[in-house]
Design a protein around this ligand. Sequence first.
Ligand SMILES: [Zn+2]
Length: 321
Amino acid sequence: MSLPWLREPWLQVVSDIQSQRFGHAHCVPARADLGADSFCQALVDYLFCLKPQAKACGACKSCLLQQAGTHPDYYEVSSEDDKAIGVGKIRELTQRLQETANQHGAKIAWIKDAERMTVEAANALLKTLEEPTENTYILLTPVKTNALLPTLRSRMRLHKFNEPSWPETEAWLMQKLGRSLSGEEQLQCRHLAGSPLTALSLLEGKHVDETDHVAQLAQAMCRSGTWPQPSKQDWSSWLNASEAWLQELIRLRQRVAAERLRFPHLSDLAHDWLQRQQITVSELNAWLALCYNLRKLTSEQSGLNAPLLLQQQWLQWKHKP
Ligand SMILES: [Zn+2]
């Protein structure tokens, strides 16, 4: 397990599997910002592997089938376009889990977006959890564990990941980037200590058209230019740019030295506007906090209309109360 904060829970499940204390039903919160997906993938691989040690061997017949994505005893159910997972899908799954394993090893079902199961679907799954067939594992990864039926939750082992502290996250980010973080990057990422993968994508994605994006936001804000139309694909680079621009405005308001500015070519434009609109540092900080919050929300919940939420934030910049 290459993600340091997942090492301990990983060692625990391996030890439980080896000592045959690993139950058949598991619930792992879908924390993408903590790498829950890689944890679950490693777990599925491990349970299938014919010669597992600290992790799946990667070379046995079962591992090769897994790597090719063609293991006949692996079943995956997820929500399509954020729609509910209906009872039909779950019945089909439980039916197949009753059959003998094709490879004579484990049968594994991974139900993603599990909180989207209808009550009927959850009840159908409940029956299988109560009477499991041998060597069958069911893995649920809900975005919100609390949204699952309590009867379902009580029949599963609930896994929990501890969020790393800022020093741990910073050390990991430095290792991934192969350099230390600038003072500004530290400020930008500190509130993401418990979401290290989000912090990394923020730092890695920073270079993408940021200067152009920031210039367009500055024009829209200060000169009534055209506001961008973020899409599902590029909204996060617009969020990066929004944060970068607000941070720059805060620096300007605080009259930091010119060499500490990141977009000095936009300073005159911003100065005029800040004066005209009488924008305070605390207002700018409040807008920035909303950006951070949007980043957090979208890493925790699927199905949010992030481009729209971002545009709503821009509306506040435009129509200062
Ligand atoms: Zn193997």
